[in-house]
Design a protein around this ligand. Structure first.
Ligand code: ADP
Length: 498
């Protein structure tokens, strides 16, 4: 009797099967140059496969496939497109375990706390947008009695979606599901560090969508993402990544006057007032700092502004909670915290740890415990670290670290807290924890961020507009508004009644 295959074996088989491939025009395609680069598990550092190293020729072929498929896709009724997206959601749901395992394998995101959750949000996002086909409405305008004037929303054409590695599936869904239901076709460029799980998802989508409607390339930023943004058949770029790369992309898009949506990270403040419910706040701090994802989140609560009267208790309770979390094999169901994504990111985070340890009068807490399993001895694990007593002007409080590192910054008055919260180049997310309703409402008005929460800190969800201000980016994702404003163009039509 055959023994059923384990999820890990299935995921490894997918990694092998998808190795060295892009997917466009409905089929897996090798890189035209024949070049590939290795994909390794950050937990074991063992190679699990390879990714196609895409260049301008691959871009030309994939964009060609997307451009060829677009007119027919756009000609379908929006509801029919939506139904296909719902079928795609069902397909993704059927394969959640395989998707989550492959994601955990290549990114080190713990299966129970992160990868499975993300795989579910992915499917949910397709279902959400699948239901929005009939919302692609225009308006009628009472302009003149002898004219019928109305607006209609039309697809932009071919959209380029450039992905980061930290939540690749969720962020891919936020980009491609609204683009597709609005009648665009898409070419995705996956992140160098997470090419296989996104490719697998696009393969599953291609079981439901017509060939060429959704395509994916892997490769490096300048050599693959660069030609994609520059291709004259691309009508829109949606990007998540660093501020510097976002600016490069915005410049390139400006050359061709095409619109961009840019989600560029943050340094999100979490204000803890003296009247906050400490139990909830501490749980919210641990969840908000995304310690389970090694802090690799744009909305991580990486600046904890805590009223001086609560500081010691808050720090002690948070330390207790994080110490109880288990760091280890991302594929183990008992693991809470997985790994850092790459050696580059590992070195970067450690340089901030060195910086923090050198600041006089700052207390350093290193929490949880390094895994002991021999198979993980070279894994990219970093202990969750809290620097207590950091100044809001310090680089630790100003720069996005993208690791399990947070600062506790004490304050004495509400006004001081609001001033410090807003004293940042970023403006993605912010939270305030208080039992004073008036203060909470005042803070929601004054906090300079695109996503503000009171007494909770959840991640972006389908249905809620998500996007930053200041250096955190331009435009919104994840909502109906995002689909209408960022993936359609409006035409005004005037018809004479005479
Ligand atoms: P990180 O530094 O975290 O890897 P980046 O912003 O550099 O973040 O990368 C995010 C995504 O942008 C990746 O898919 C990467 O390949 C892509 N990218 C990087 N540079 C460019 C570029 N010049 N043009 C287009 N895409 C790029």
């Amino acid at each position: 009797m055959d023994t059923p295959q384990q999820p890990l074996d299935i995921a490894l088989a997918h990694a092998q099967r998808l190795s060295g491939k892009h997917l466009y025009a409905g089929t897996l395609q090798a890189a035209l140059s024949g070049k590939t680069f290795p994909v390794a598990s950050p937990a074991t550092r063992l190679q699990i496969g390879t990714a196609a190293d895409g260049n301008a020729d691959d871009v030309a072929a994939a964009v060609g496939a997307a451009a060829a498929a677009q007119p027919e896709w756009a000609a379908m009724s929006p509801r029919a497109r939506g139904k296909i997206l719902c079928q795609a959601a069902a397909q993704l749901t059927q394969h959640t375990e395989e998707i989550a395992t492959l994601l955990a394998l290549e990114t080190g995101k713990a299966i129970r706390t992160e990868s499975r959750v993300e795989a579910n949000v992915l499917a949910d996002c397709f279902e959400f947008y699948g239901g929005l086909g009939s919302e692609l409405k225009g308006e009628t305008i009472p302009f003149a009695p002898n004219m019928l004037v109305f607006t209609q929303r039309e697809p932009i054409g071919v959209v380029a979606a450039i992905l980061p590695w930290n939540a690749p599936l969720m962020l891919m869904a936020f980009k491609i599901a609204p683009a597709l239901v609005a009648g665009n076709t898409v070419v995705v460029k996956s992140a160098e560090e997470a090419p296989l799980s996104t490719l697998f998802v696009v393969e599953l989508l291609n079981r439901c969508l017509p060939a060429g409607v959704v395509n994916i390339l892997s490769g490096f930023g300048p050599s693959c993402g660069g030609p994609l943004v520059a291709d004259r058949r691309i009508g829109k770029v949606t990007f998540t990544g660093s501020v510097d790369t976002g600016k490069v992309i915005a410049h390139a898009a400006a050359e061709r006057l095409i619109p961009t949506t840019l989600e560029l990270g943050g340094k999100s403040p979490m204000i803890v007032m003296e009247d906050a419910d400490l139990d909830r706040t501490v749980a919210g701090a641990v969840a908000g700092m995304r310690f389970t994802r090694q802090g690799q989140s744009c909305t991580a609560a990486s600046r904890m502004l805590v009223h001086r009267s609560l500081r010691d208790q808050f720090v002690e309770r948070m330390a207790e909670k994080v110490n109880a979390m288990r760091m280890g094999d991302p594929l183990d169901e008992t693991t809470d915290i997985g790994t850092i994504i790459s050696t580059g990111q590992y070195d970067r985070v450690r340089s901030y740890l060195d910086l923090g340890r050198q600041i006089p009068d700052v207390q350093t807490l290193q929490l949880s415990a390094m895994p002991e399993a021999p198979a993980l001895k070279n894994g990219l694990f970093i202990q969750p670290t809290v620097f207590v007593g950091v100044d809001n002007d310090n680089r630790l409080a100003r720069e996005e670290i993208f690791g399990p590192v947070t600062c506790v910054i004490p304050f004495d008055t509400y006004e001081q807290a609001i001033t410090m919260a807003n004293d940042s180049d970023y403006g993605l997310a912010a939270t305030i924890w208080t039992s004073n309703l008036q203060r909470a409402l005042d803070a929601t008005r004054r906090l300079q961020a695109g996503f503000v929460q009171v007494n909770q800190n959840i991640v972006a969800q389908p249905g809620l507009s998500y996007g930053g201000i200041k250096q955190s980016g331009l435009g919104k994702e994840a909502s109906m508004e995002a689909m209408l404003d960022h993936f359609t163009q409006k035409k005004t039509v005037l018809i004479s009644r005479d």
